[in-house]
Design a protein around this ligand. Structure first.
Ligand SMILES: C[S@@+](CC[C@H](N)C(=O)[O-])C[C@H]1O[C@@H](n2cnc3c(N)ncnc32)[C@H](O)[C@@H]1O
Length: 221
């Protein structure tokens, strides 16, 4: 795991608004308040992604599992593994698993999504909710996702993408200056995500509230 290292991969194709150290520090700060602030606003995307993963079934890798807000919603016969860069976020996910006695959670591990310690084709599906605008190099994360999902498996991505025009676009560009402190890039363009993988996007739906978020499903060939 590349925890605590500065990130050498921030180049033109990467996400210069964030780096691994700043993300780790930001989520250490967020961890105690994360559920209070983000349970509601990010609820619909989590629900949509977990429904999709439940529909596929089998083994699920949740990347950037955070405090584990989605974990109780997986079907009992779906085996879930979660990874996260932040040990402070993971500690809360572990506590949730204990408290709710979630026997289908196989493991929670500290790991960088761009450098995963799983064999090729280990999972039927990967669910990546609100993470792709948080990583310094989305293409590197996609390469790993494509590797660890079996042929024919799916990668479900839920994210906010930058507005192209209007007051929202203006606000997001201003907020992006604080990306390193916030721990994500509020002005991340959808096109950058689509350009970061060769996997085919088989579904693209916008989600509430107000279509602020999207769920994209990619299929590994
Ligand atoms: C906005 S939170 C989303 C958490 C969770 N998916 C949810 O729906 O509430 C982003 C999460 O991604 C994690 N993360 C950021 N960069 C990561 C990386 N390179 N590898 C693994 N996890 C990462 C953060 O620590 C944080 O827990």
């Amino acid at each position: 795991m590349k925890e605590g290292t500065s990130d050498p991969r921030n180049n033109g194709s990467g996400n210069s608004a964030v780096d691994l150290d700043s993300v780790n520090a930001a989520y250490s700060r967020w961890a105690p308040f994360y559920d209070a602030v983000f349970t509601g606003p990010l609820y619909f995307g989590r629900r949509a992604a977990v429904r999709e993963a439940n529909h596929i079934g089998g083994t699920v890798l949740e990347v950037g599992v955070g405090t584990g807000l989605s974990l109780p919603d997986y079907r009992e016969d779906v085996q879930v593994t979660g990874i996260d860069l932040s040990r402070d976020m993971l500690a809360r996910a572990e506590e949730r698993v204990r408290r709710k006695k979630l026997s289908n959670v196989a493991a929670l591990r500290a790991m960088d999504a761009a450098d995963m310690d799983f064999p090729d084709g280990a999972f039927d599906v990967a669910a990546v909710m609100y993470v792709m605008t948080v990583v310094p190099d989305p293409a590197a994360v996609f390469r790993e996702l494509e590797r660890i999902v079996r042929p024919g498996g799916k990668v479900i991505v839920v994210n906010h993408f930058a507005a192209k025009h209007g007051i929202r676009a203006w606000g997001e560009r201003r907020l992006a200056r604080w990306g390193k402190y916030l721990g994500w890039d509020p002005a991340f363009p959808r096109e950058r995500l689509l350009a970061a993988t060769r996997m085919k996007c088989v579904s693209d739906v916008s989600l509430p509230p107000f279509g602020l978020f999207s769920m994209l499903v990619f299929e590994r060939s």
